[in-house]
Design a protein around this ligand. Structure first.
Ligand code: BES
Ligand code: MN
Ligand code: MN
Length: 454
């Protein structure tokens, strides 16, 4: 049977198999899901075997295992490394899901469930594309290495060691990743830039223990007040980060790139609708696309301390906490930014408190040229799968492995995104458009087939 016909004929099987994958609660951030992580790794290994890959290994790491497989039977043809992740973000707050997070459901042409878009659905696209090639041609048209990790959502902490110890095994002519988004529905997109990410936690400590606010209030430092004051000083009134030297190394966009990014078929109205806030408040002097893709930020991710339960409790808490992160762009250096931020926060704090500053994970920004001929193959395949010419975009999210790969092997990284910006990745009601899931399988199968003629 011909490739596309084969893929079309298997739509129902593909969808129900993806649902099986989605039911596994492989939340990497929570230790209670460790057994689910193990089951997801097993599941991936089994499906890779079904797609004709060999030497399949579930590699234990300090945290969560990664799954590796390969098929190297076409000497002289290109070798690609496909990377994705089987772990997902926590599903909380559960009560905000229309249908339950780990019981996938189809509504209005979308498949809902944690991991549909990020990244199980997109990983499954590649597994099924490889399987279709294997089943219709009897072997894969190119050499393929596949690595699916289980700790992307917590910063790919163990991955770097694995890459360093397995340089030869992972060596390829190109990296292929599907863990990003399309610019908009119907607009196939290739991502050539990602922001980097540093993630921090701070603990502000005042009194040695919680204190009665009537007995002590007025004379002792309140860590929550001090944390809030400090956080309030991290941005200026133009929404710029107020950490000295924060912007020092930021690369200036060329006029051409600025023009190209600002003339993409991107609709501000859609963006505003997705955000759903009364107004936007980005850095002055930059378009929204520039703010999202080319400018660094400092974000508060969470803040806690004191009493937050039912009713009232009069207390001056001993400690207050915040989780914050910086999105980084070329040519910022993550280690330097961490130092600048820590120094600035310590300077802002009064002597009445102490501060523990932790860097939880770190990842470099990435931007690369897309002149390599492999990108022409990607454009052709996406055109065949989606009926429209692909655009080249940058994105604001982070995938630490892409930078590691690019730095280690200096090979083209082809990021084919099949998610959409309004599909609620990391949020309740995450979903993937079925047309992008099915279209993705076709496009990826054609892409791998076409790579044989590169
Ligand atoms: N798939 C995303 C990255 C992404 C999202 C790229 C949107 C482009 C557009 C990935 O799973 C992710 O969420 N990464 C984390 C970073 C990680 C170190 C926790 C992120 O970007 O917050
Ligand atoms: Mn992802
Ligand atoms: Mn994610």
């Amino acid at each position: 049977m011909e490739l596309i016909e084969y893929i079309e004929s298997r739509r129902d099987e593909h969808l129900s198999e993806l649902m099986e994958f989605l039911r596994i609660q492989s939340v990497s951030a929570k230790s209670e899901h460790k057994p689910d992580i193990g089951r997801a790794a097993q599941w991936v290994a089994e499906k890779l075997r079904g797609a004709g890959l060999e030497n399949i290994e579930i590699v234990p790491t300090k945290m969560h295992p990664l799954v590796y497989g390969e098929s190297l039977h076409t000497p002289g043809k290109p070798t690609i490394l496909f990377y994705g992740h089987y772990d997902v973000q926590p599903a909380e707050p559960l009560e905000l899901w229309t249908s339950s997070a780990f019981e996938p459901a189809v509504r209005n042409g979308n498949l809902f469930g944690r991991g549909t878009a990020d990244d199980k659905g997109q990983v499954h696209i590649h597994i099924k594309a490889l399987e279709a090639l294997q089943k219709t041609a009897g072997k894969l048209p190119i050499n393929v290495k596949v690595m699916i990790e289980g700790e992307e959502e917590v910063g790919s902490v163990s991955l770097w060691d694995f890459v360093k110890q397995n340089r030869d095994r992972l060596k390829a002519d190109a990296l292929v990743v599907s863990d990003t988004s399309m610019l908009a529905k119907g607009v196939p997109s290739i991502t050539y830039g990602l922001r980097g990410l540093n993630y921090y936690q701070i603990e502000i400590a005042g009194p040695a223990q919680d204190l009665h606010s009537g007995v002590f209030g007025g004379a002792v430092p309140n860590p929550i007040t001090i944390l809030a004051e400090t956080i309030g000083k991290l941005h200026d009134k133009n929404s710029q980060v107020a950490v000295p030297s924060f912007y020092e190394d930021v690369a200036i966009l060329s006029r051409q790139e600025r023009k190209a990014l600002n003339s993409l078929p991107w609709k501000e109205k859609e963006f505003r609708k997705t955000v759903g806030a009364p107004a936007l408040c980005g850095e002055k002097g930059y378009s929204i696309v520039e703010q999202l893709w080319t400018r660094p930020t400092l974000e508060l991710n969470g803040i806690w301390g004191g009493y937050t339960g039912e009713g009232a409790k009069t207390v001056i808490p001993s400690k207050a906490y915040a989780k914050l992160s910086t999105r980084l762009v070329p040519n910022q250096n993550p280690a330097k930014i961490a130092k600048l931020l820590e120094r600035h926060i310590r300077k802002l704090l009064p002597r009445s408190v102490t501060c523990k500053f932790e860097l939880l994970s770190t990842g470099k920004p990435w931007v690369a040229s897309y002149s390599h001929p492999i990108f022409q193959k990607a454009i052709q395949a996406l055109q065949a799968g989606f009926g429209r010419k692909a655009v080249f975009i940058r994105e604001g999210g982070s995938i630490p492995f892409v930078t590691q790969m690019h730095d280690t092997f200096n090979v083209p990284c082809v990021l084919l995104g099949f998610g959409l910006p309004d599909e609620n990745a990391h949020a309740p009601d995450e979903h993937i458009a079925l047309e992008n899931y099915f279209g993705g399988i076709k496009a990826v199968a054609l892409f791998y087939e076409q790579l044989a003629t590169l």
